[in-house]
Write a protein that binds this ligand. Structure first.
Ligand code: ASP
Length: 310
């Protein structure tokens, strides 16, 4: 039986305040979100899979320099970009993830290749060796750089020197993700990020971790997270939302419980986008804003940035 398709995306949560955002910046971000939704919806409207749709949307956001994934990724403490990404397919619960890759333009495409292999997760140089063996082209790490991210790194390093607290890191989120249900009723989720500005020591966040930043299971829902990764890992966000839904909690309640009671209670912040097997969408966050958008079969594309639902 054909089901109606639906798709939701995010471009990161953080200190996004209407009072601090120019009309031009807002328009640029909304246009990029719309383009990413359109890329995924094209797949879904033609009867394509949720997996292909979330990859199309995330690839579009990775290629957009405005977001912290692929081109435009934040800098590590020593001036590189190290990219984390993961994806999961709801009907098979197959999954693919890579972390700390430096020379892959679209990590989400590499995740798919990993999912199709005997492995679930590959890291750094090994992931790149696998990419080379699979025919991926490498890019220079510096080709992912933007001036905006360089300025952020300088600011973050200076802040560390004067021992400012972690509040400052709230400005540095911008991970991207997508969740979808296709016409066949299947779910998928994908997440991609440069991580946190000024990260050190091979730090890996939740975005690469199946069960924390990404999860999809046709019996419940698909989830992609964004936020302060350490807290999302410690809360097991994406997998635990799915478990709650599987046990009868509504999607909205399960997502809100995780963000406002688990992550927030530990001192973390961020948000999730989630879609259940009935096509319901939920996207709560405890930051001032989260770049987000959604579309359902037969309805217009919507985008929103601020907490008031706009
Ligand atoms: N969750 C990501 C990380 O901790 C960052 C983000 O969502 O912006 O790596």
């Amino acid at each position: 039986m054909k089901t109606t398709y639906a798709l939701a995306i995010h471009g990161g949560a953080g200190t996004l305040l209407r009072s601090e955002m120019s009309d031009e910046k807002e328009q640029l971000h909304r246009d990029a979100l719309k383009a990413a939704l359109a890329a995924g919806e094209t797949v879904l409207s033609q009867g394509g899979t949720a997996m292909d749709a979330v990859i199309a949307s995330v690839q579009s956001l990775e290629d957009c320099p405005l977001f912290n994934a692929g081109t435009g990724a934040v800098f590590t403490n020593n001036g590189f970009h190290e990219l984390d990404a993961s994806l999961m397919e709801g009907h098979s619960r197959r999954a693919g993830a890579v972390c700390a890759v430096r020379r892959i333009k679209n990590p989400i495409l590499l995740c798919r290749e990993v999912m199709d292999s005997e492995f679930v997760m590959l890291n750094g140089p090994g992931a790149e060796q696998f990419a080379a063996d699979s025919g991926f082209e490498f890019v220079d790490n510096s080709s992912l750089s933007t001036q905006f991210r360089k300025d952020q790194l300088v600011e973050a390093i200076e802040a560390n020197r004067v021992q400012l607290d972690h509040n400052d890191s709230r400005h540095k989120m911008g991970t991207v993700g997508a969740v979808a249900r296709d016409q066949h009723g299947n779910l998928a989720a994908a997440t991609s990020t440069g991580g946190m500005t000024n990260k050190k020591y091979g730090r890996v966040g939740d975005s690469a971790l199946i069960g924390s930043g990404t999860w999809a299971d046709n019996r419940s829902c698909a989830v992609s997270a964004t936020g302060w990764g350490e807290f999302f890992i410690r809360s097991g966000v994406a997998g635990r939302i799915a478990t709650s839904v599987q046990h009868g909690v509504t999607l909205e309640e399960a997502c809100r419980q995780m963000i406002f009671h688990e992550v927030e209670t530990l001192g973390g912040d961020g948000g999730v986008i989630a879609i259940d097997n009935l096509g319901n969408i939920s996207m709560p966050f405890n930051t001032p804003g989260m770049y987000r958008g959604w579309v359902k079969e037969g309805s217009l594309i919507h985008t929103a940035i601020f907490a008031e639902g706009e």
